[in-house]
Design a protein around this ligand. Structure first.
Ligand code: HEM
Length: 271
């Protein structure tokens, strides 16, 4: 591990954690202003919405934490590897079991964007593990920051007694979120990187925020389906392709309606 203020021109010399914060500033604002997060901040969180969010968070953390575990001794990952303090997977499993019952694994519903997020995590875990730092930063520091407020809002809005169903927001291994965030930032700064590696990591942090935004947008669309039937034929969750010919448009349209109605029924029956 090298000092963050190395004199070697091949090695990054600035405060990487500050740089990550700075390059993702706009994306953080965009994430806060997704409809899902705006509703959340207004206390407009329903049980269906929370359960749907937990399903996606489960798939995301499963991929993130499995890849962190697998790369725990990688020099780019080891400094930010804090499974005791940060791991969310067990908490999410507990929350999902609380809301969905013992067969919760068969009831997980996620949009295409969650699967894309998951695939990206698997890919960098295999090919370039140091980029996991960007994803760990985005999720864990977010959970220790605004996430703590969201936990309180969830508890109040859903009228949940005790902490049942809220394990995701609780970090029993972290006494002071602020002090832990300081430690985490200093660990990020201690990761030894060449300039191209640092640039890739900064880019990955922006991508991590974008992936979260896409998930929130898709979840919002899925929720719109369950509450506003007039949108059913307009919404096509996670599919951005444009059909080429009228025949193709018709076929895609029919498929979209069938898929949408199927998704609508699935959400209504599972959540
Ligand atoms: C309702 C939505 C949100 C609110 C109200 C919120 C609020 C906050 C606040 C108050 C901070 C502390 C800022 C500081 O210490 O300077 C913070 C930090 C952070 N948030 Fe959020 N946030 C929200 C959503 C998100 C989302 C969706 C993500 C990512 C998926 C995220 C990721 C982060 C990260 C990574 C930090 C740490 C920044 C750093 O210190 O480097 N936040 N957030």
């Amino acid at each position: 591990m090298k000092s963050a203020r190395s004199s070697d021109p091949e090695v990054s010399g600035s405060d990487l954690s500050e740089e990550i914060k700075s390059v993702t500033k706009v994306n953080h604002i965009r994430a806060e202003n997704t409809q899902l997060m705006l509703d959340y901040q207004k206390g407009e969180i329903t049980l269906t919405k929370y359960k749907l969010l937990l399903c996606s968070l489960y798939e995301i953390y499963k991929a993130l934490e499995e890849e962190l575990d697998r790369n725990a001794s990688h020099p780019g990952v080891a400094p930010i590897y804090f499974p005791q303090e940060l791991s969310r997977l067990d908490s999410l499993e507990k929350d999902l079991e609380h809301f969905f019952g013992p067969n919760w694994r068969t009831k997980i519903i996620t949009p295409a964007s969650t699967q894309r997020y998951e695939q990206r995590l698997r890919q960098i875990g295999r090919e370039n593990p140091v980029l996991l730092v960007a994803h760990a930063y985005t999720r864990y520091l977010g959970d220790l920051s605004g996430g703590q407020v969201l936990g309180k809002i969830t508890k109040k809005s859903l009228g949940l007694g005790g902490d049942e169903g809220l394990a995701f927001f609780s970090f029993p291994g972290v006494t002071s979120p602020n002090r832990f965030k300081q430690l985490y930032r200093s660990r990020i700064n201690s990761v030894e990187l060449t300039n191209p590696e640092r640039d890739a990591l900064l880019q990955e942090a922006v991508a991590a925020f974008d992936l979260n935004i896409q998930v929130f947008d898709d979840l919002q669309k899925m929720l719109t389906l369950t509450t506003d039937e007039s949108h059913q034929t307009k919404v096509n969750v996670g599919n951005n392709t444009t059909p080429a010919s009228p025949m193709m448009q018709f076929t895609v349209g029919v498929c979209a309606v069938v898929a949408t109605v199927h998704l609508f029924i699935t959400i209504c029956t599972q959540l």
